[in-house]
Design a protein around this ligand. Structure first.
Ligand code: NAD
Length: 430
């Protein structure tokens, strides 16, 4: 099939390369000229395992191309995917202006019957509006159907998640759209859940918010474990073997981040409020997370007389390992607090350093290894669960730091081993 994908971010780019990988003819459109130029050279602007390999394979086979010329890209494909961002507005609602702008461009450009598929995470009812908007604004007399196909990939494992998704959710209002989407996804041989457009839109928020709730529940329990002398990791292990609970997303830490959970929890709260409903469970998850991200900073601030002139090692900048994404990362919330207090920070992150330099311009040093970041430090904060950090082992903190004082937001080390190595070690819930 001939596909056009609007947006080459985590979702659009991964979808594009994976659809090309299974043999579809894919054109990806973005408004960012620099990104498009890089992609056409086979360079991925984001870090994801296997992504660059799939990208180069698609380009070489002539199944994949990138352009800023939306008019020709939307003129006559079989299917157009909308995978642009839906970031949070100050009131917590989803910003639909990027989706609207693609809808307008499609209406201006499309010259033959076409299925438009909304892959971006959008509030319930948006697909209806997109369909109406395109139909109202069409320049050529063609038939347009709109379907929802929310994306469930996780950053860090995005290509694998797309190729081996546990399910494909499609939201359709007519048989024809369902047939096209089933044909499109047939090469992946994955289970397809076909529901109404509104149920598909809701399924995406319901899934993300459930995972956010699960994390916040474990973080809330971790705080209680510290008070009552229990160990959250032992508790999680005991819970995980119950198949009704499962083992994933039971890890306590310094809170969730990234581009999805923070905004999707707020967007669902906002949607509920519009209908006069208070979604108390999700509100609780958001409240716990807002406090959790400062937990270690508060602990350290209680322990230290000052951060002024103190050498601080920050290990990990990305919101989780496997990605260079800094959006809503606990590190980017804590670093300004430390800098305000006069801390002298040396940060290490194996992939997010460039993004951090570009996006934040924090007045701090960057180290190329964990050891260099720890050298001479008086306090260390761990914000991301990178294997590189785990690999240094407890003795490195003792031998390299001036004062072996460690606040670990990801529970990367065994508390007893750290104690035995002579490290004053604080982690979460144990
Ligand atoms: P992103 O911010 O990484 O990428 C969006 C891209 O769209 C950018 O490259 C931007 O330049 C481009 N764009 C903006 N306007 C455009 C236009 N008119 N035409 C073409 N391109 C345009 O976003 P993302 O993380 O890929 O997320 C996209 C959507 O998918 C969001 O709704 C998000 O909630 C959802 N989602 C994200 C993830 C994730 O892990 N990142 C997972 C599932 C779903």
């Amino acid at each position: 099939m001939r596909l056009t994908i609007a947006g080459t971010g985590y979702v659009g780019l991964v979808a594009g390369v994976c659809f090309a990988h299974v043999g579809h003819q894919v054109t990806c459109v973005d408004i960012d000229e620099q990104k498009v130029a890089m992609l056409n050279k086979g360079i991925s602007p984001i870090y994801e395992t296997d992504l660059e390999e799939f990208l180069q394979e698609g380009l070489q086979k002539g199944l994949l191309s990138f352009t800023t010329d939306y008019q020709s890209a939307y003129r006559d494909p079989d299917v157009i995917f909308i995978g642009v961002g839906t970031p949070e507005l100050p009131d917590g609602s989803a910003n639909l202006s990027y989706v609207a702008s693609v809808a307008r461009q499609i209406a201006e450009s499309v010259e033959r019957d076409c299925l438009v598929v909304v892959k971006s995470t959008v509030p319930v009812g948006t697909n209806d509006k997109v369909e109406q908007f395109i139909k109202d604004s069409l320049v050529h007399p063609v038939r347009i159907e709109v379907a929802s196909n929310p994306e469930f990939l996780a950053q860090g494992t995005a290509v694998h998640d797309m190729m081996h998704a546990q399910r494909i959710v499609i939201g359709i209002e007519d048989k024809h759209s369902e047939t096209i989407l089933r044909e499109l996804y047939a090469p992946f041989s994955l289970p397809i859940v076909a529901v109404s457009r509104r149920s598909a839109e809701m399924t995406k928020y319901a899934s993300n918010d459930f995972l956010a709730l699960k994390i916040s529940y474990m973080n809330d329990l971790a705080n209680l474990c510290e008070l009552v002398g229990a160990n959250i990791e032992d508790v999680a292990l005991g819970m995980s073997l119950d198949q009704r609970i499962g083992s994933r997303f039971l890890k306590a830490g310094i809170g969730y981040g990234g581009s999805c959970f923070p905004k999707d929890t707020k967007a669902l709260q906002y949607l509920a409020a519009q209908y006069g409903y208070n979604l108390r469970t999700v509100t609780a998850a958001v409240d716990v997370n807002n406090e959790q991200r400062y937990k270690l900073y508060r602990k350290a601030a209680n322990r230290m007389i000052t951060f002024s002139g103190i050498k601080v090692a920050v290990l990990g900048l990305a919101f989780k390992s496997g990605t260079d994404d800094l959006r809503e990362s606990p590190a980017v919330y804590n670093i300004p607090l430390l800098l305000e207090q006069g801390a002298e920070i040396t940060a290490f992150d194996p992939v997010a350093e460039e993004n951090c330099k570009r996006q934040y311009q924090f007045p701090m040093e960057y180290a190329q290894t964990v050891e260099d970041a720890l050298n001479g430090a008086q306090v260390c904060f761990i914000f991301t669960d990178w294997q590189e950090i785990r690999d240094v082992g407890p003795s490195a903190f003792k031998s390299l730091m001036r004062t072996a004082l460690v606040y670990d937001g990801r529970n990367l080390f065994d508390s007893r081993a750290m104690l035995e190595a002579g490290v004053e070690y604080y982690s979460i819930g144990r």
